[in-house]
Design a protein around this ligand. Structure first.
Ligand code: MG
Length: 258
């Protein structure tokens, strides 16, 4: 199934995408027993929303060797977990207004595969994860690179409002271990990799996280970026596309200094 969350007629709803351009509304969240109900809508009649309602976003750093190399991270390539606040979420096809230059001078894109949790997950086994995952989506792990380097940990660098664009849909119809993932900056390909190159594959990653942190329905897990990260500036358009999922587009604007 391919799930979307959308705004229509003053309401935020979940639905299922039928074909390429029709939404069948659901009467509840898909991970809370939502059933098809109501009249189907054309996709172009709605505003798509971030397809998740997380209590937390759990992400991983250093999950592709080529990215570890480009960042010159030292030490063993051990996955590093970090949390992002839900206030960082940004809907598909939205504008990210960059923080003023007095706060950060370099804001990078990081194209990543993400997944949405469907069931409370604590101490789960890798072979059981399909029971706990609603599906997969595209994510831009936007990073204030100067703050990340200055702080030595990543909360401030990755937690700003709008630093977590996600979508456009969540699908369980893909194999997360073999997906081409690409990022385009103003139409030019800047990241081009395959999820098979993850150091810790998706199932192991979710099981690993669940040993320490209980994941709840609607939570998001983000799986790390391949190489090719770089800065964004006002007027840019960033598109993250993952095979079998779709394309997440974000427009970048600069804010005037107060
Ligand atoms: Mg990242």
């Amino acid at each position: 199934m391919r799930y979307v969350r959308y705004h229509h007629s003053g309401e935020d709803r979940w639905g299922v995408l039928v074909g390429e351009d029709v939404i069948q509304p659901l009467d509840n969240r898909p991970y809370m027993g939502g059933r098809p109900r109501g009249t189907p809508l054309p996709l172009n009649a709605v505003k798509l929303l971030a397809p998740c309602e997380p209590t937390k976003i759990v992400a991983i750093g250093k999950n592709y060797q080529a990215h570890i190399n480009e960042m010159e991270y030292v030490g063993p390539p051990k996955p590093t977990l970090f949390l992002m606040p839900s206030t960082a979420l940004l809907h598909p096809d939205s504008t990210l207004v960059l923080p003023p230059k007095s706060l950060t001078k370099q804001v990078d894109y990081e194209g990543e595969l993400a997944l949405v949790i469907s069931k409370k997950a604590a101490h789960i086994k890798p072979e059981d994860i399909s029971e706990y995952v609603l599906g997969f989506t595209c994510f831009n792990d936007v990073t204030a690179r100067d703050l990340q380097i200055e702080d030595g940990q990543w909360t401030r660098a990755k937690g700003l409002d709008g630093f977590a664009p996600v979508g456009p849909l969540v699908t369980d119809e893909v194999d997360p271990n073999n997906l081409r993932i690409r990022t385009r900056l103003n139409g030019k390909i800047v990241q081009d990799a395959n999820t098979r190159d993850m150091i810790m594959p998706v199932a192991d990653l979710v099981a690993f996280i669940s040993e320490y942190i209980t994941l709840l329905p609607g939570d998001v897990v983000v799986t790390g970026t391949p190489s090719g990260v770089g800065p964004m500036k006002g007027g840019d358009k960033v598109e993250i596309s993952i095979e079998g999922i779709g394309l997440l587009r974000t427009f970048i604007e600069e804010r005037e200094e107060a």
